[in-house]
Write a protein that binds this ligand. Structure first.
Ligand code: ADP
Ligand code: MG
Length: 654
């Protein structure tokens, strides 16, 4: 279309064009056998009664629709060879459309509507604004540029739509009943503008049922029941083609950014137009994300807590228990773990210190207060090895252990229970089981599992507990603290060797804190994964909600999609717009969901149990990635449905 032909070659050329519509079991031919050529610069009116096939013909000429059979060439190029996006480019760069009911986008201002075609064409922003202002001013709408279509009269709206048709040049302007919805004065005004454009060289194709309107054109094609019945030229006006090419493209990157911005703006406007609906859709995502993030944080919190309890065992300790493993029924009957074993182990070079221990549960009494207490018979190093904090008094030393002293260190819980009136406990004698013991120190309470730290613990020399309380000569277990820089395996092997030799058989097992830590870590991880999987199901349900509402949105906005396609939006532009909408819902839902889960964590921190939710950056980043993914996955189907709509189908729906 850029070369000036010597003889005016046909700009638009239809040969044997037929367009059928299915009608029940039959087909109905809206156009039967149309042969028509239109040269550049002509002003053609297509007239005929309602239902004669005018709009069908115009839609084919405008590349909004394709013929059932026959060929349509634009500038000598067959349109049947063109892909949907190539047709969109043709409409965008060379055509302009004016519809009977204007088809403006209600969410955009007059200037915004006029600029839509140039956004898709990639015109730089400043030039876009400049040009839309020029055109609107020329059409007498300088004062109305910021108005929404709803704030404009019919005549003004139609002038906005003419401006839109001119935005990218509008070499060929298709006007389908442009005056059909207007009063006669506004109609006259529109016709005057079209004629003026014609004299400037625009090719005008005007469809009307009104012969008086058709009289404005120099060539009148009459159509009846899908056939051309007359083709008259009133006068042979000099034909000249418009040479105007105003499309000044920005850089490819800038164009992509502009189109994304347009798609983003439309998505936001669409969401804002249905706030409650948007929120309810989002709610599914909010709940899903909040539960996934909370569950993962809860899992990490509990894991951390259990691990910190284990770490009180010390990182480099081995504990030797009688029996084959935890839960061995016979371990209670095995009485071979002796004090002398502990002494033998203490000789090993691998070993830093050894803490034998026995334990039992008895009643502790002070005056008229009695309570069940856990008695731990331990050595003096126990407190250091386990990291127990000494609050008052002292702990026992090796000579106390040797001499079977009747002394006790009690924990804070025991102090509170046995000395409820805040009496000084140090130096008092409490009866533990049947053994009177003098309290010499108070230590902090050791955490035992979740919130279960109400039990009372009394520590006494293990020798005292064994001989005076239990009358037994064997130990419950022996904790071995390994020397620094000794591998756990080597130490365990040495311990096993020594004890097996002493006992003649391996009737004990060694538990090491690293192993327990690993076991618990993997157990909590498995559990977290399991619960998170359930939470993910709620996310999927949320995603289905998003898909559902997106399908509704596409249906509602079909005619908007049609307009965008008519002015030259690519399929990818439409896809992008709806995909952004879906992703936006999910992403905002994700942000609110993470916020909600933080609130849950805050609520937890006020609960009496000192139980914390631990949020990892990874889980939050994953939540956002996840919600974006849901948006893309569940938004894709509706968005693709929108992008694949046929322009003429989309336009005809209201
Ligand atoms: P006009 O614009 O001249 O009033 P149209 O071109 O819109 O007429 O329609 C011509 C004929 O084709 C009419 O009988 C109409 O019912 C039929 N028609 C138009 N579009 C469709 C369609 N999408 N499906 C079925 N029939 C259609
Ligand atoms: Mg029509």
């Amino acid at each position: 279309m850029n070369d000036v032909p010597a003889t005016p070659a046909p700009l638009l050329e239809l040969t044997h064009v037929r367009r059928e519509y299915p009608s029940g079991d039959e087909v109905f031919a809206a156009l039967k056998d149309i042969n028509l050529t239109i040269a550049a610069g002509e002003m053609v009116a297509i007239v005929g009664q309602s239902g004669s096939g005018k709009s069908t013909l115009m839609n084919i000429l405008g590349c909004l629709d394709r013929p059932t059979s026959g060929t349509y060439k634009v500038s000598g190029r067959a349109t049947s060879d063109l892909e949907p996006d190539e047709l969109a480019a043709l409409r965008r760069e060379h055509f302009g459309f004016i519809f009977q009911r204007y088809h403006l986008l209600g969410d955009l201002s007059a200037a915004g509507n006029v600029e839509v075609p140039s956004v898709y064409a990639g015109t730089a922003r400043a030039q876009r604004g400049e040009r839309s202002r020029q055109i609107l001013t020329r059409l007498g709408l300088a004062e109305r540029m910021g108005h929404r279509p709803g704030q404009l009269s019919g005549g003004q709206q139609q002038r906005v739509s003419i401006a839109r048709a001119l935005m990218n040049g509008g070499e060929v302007i298709f006007a389908d009943e442009p005056t059909g919805a207007l009063d006669s004065a506004s109609g006259e005004e529109v016709m005057r503008i079209l004629q003026e454009l014609h004299t400037e060289g625009h090719t005008i194709i005007l469809v009307t049922h009104d012969m008086k309107v058709a009289e404005h054109a120099e060539r009148i094609i009459e159509i009846r029941d899908g056939d051309i019945i007359a083709d008259r030229r009133r006068e042979a006006a000099p034909v000249r083609a418009v040479r105007e090419r105003p499309v000044l493209a920005g850089s490819a990157f800038q164009q992509a950014v502009d189109r994304f911005r347009e798609a983003f703006r439309m998505a936001v406007l669409a969401l804002a137009a249905h706030k409650l609906r948007t929120f309810l859709t989002m709610l599914g995502i909010i709940i899903g994300i909040a539960s996934v993030v909370s569950v993962v944080a809860l899992g990490r919190g509990s894991q951390e807590r259990i691990l910190s309890q284990i770490s009180t065992l010390g990182t480099n300790t081995l504990t030797i228990f009688p029996g084959k493993s935890f839960g061995d029924m016979r371990s209670g009957k095995i009485q071979t773990l002796k004090d002398s074993d502990a002494s033998a182990l203490a000789e090993l070079s691998y070993v830093d210190s050894v803490t034998p221990s026995v334990s039992t549960s008895v009643t502790a009494r002070y005056r008229n207060v009695a309570a069940t207490a856990q008695v731990s018979g331990v050595g003096g190093e126990y407190f250091r090895v386990r990291g127990l904090e000494l609050l008052k008094g002292a702990v026992f030393d090796p000579s106390d252990v040797r001499k079977l002293e009747q002394i006790a260190v009690i924990d804070e819980n025991s102090e509170k229970t046995l000395f409820p009136n805040g009496e000084e406990a140090i130096g008092k004698v409490v009866v533990v089981g049947n053994v009177p013991m003098r309290v010499i120190g108070i230590v902090g309470t050791q955490q035992q599992g979740f919130g279960g730290s109400d039990s009372l613990t009394v520590y006494a020399p293990y020798t005292t507990v064994m001989s005076r309380m239990l009358g037994q000569t064997y130990l419950s277990n022996i904790s071995v603290r390994m020397a620094d820089n000794v591998s756990t395996d080597a130490a365990a092997a040495a311990v096993t060797q020594v004890l097996t030799k002493r006992h003649g058989t391996q009737d004990f097992f060694i538990s090491n804190s690293d192993e327990i830590r690993q076991t618990i870590t993997s157990a909590t991880q498995t559990l977290t994964l399991l619960v998170a999987a359930i939470a993910v199901i709620s996310l999927i349900v949320g995603g289905i909600g998003v898909m559902n509402i997106m399908l509704v949105s596409v249906t509602e906005r079909t005619s908007e999609i049609g307009v965008r396609m008519a002015v030259g939006a690519r399929q990818s532009d439409i896809l992008q717009q709806f995909l952004i909408e879906a992703v936006l819902v999910c992403l905002v839902g994700g942000v609110i969901g993470v916020g909600l889960s933080m609130l849950v964590g805050l609520a937890f921190s006020f609960l009496p149990s000192n139980f914390k939710l631990i949020y990892s950056t990874t889980s939050i980043v994953a939540a956002f990635a996840c919600s974006t993914l849901i948006g893309v996955v569940f938004g894709f189907l509706p968005a693709r449905r929108a992008a694949r709509l046929d322009p003429v189908d989309a336009l005809s729906r209201d």
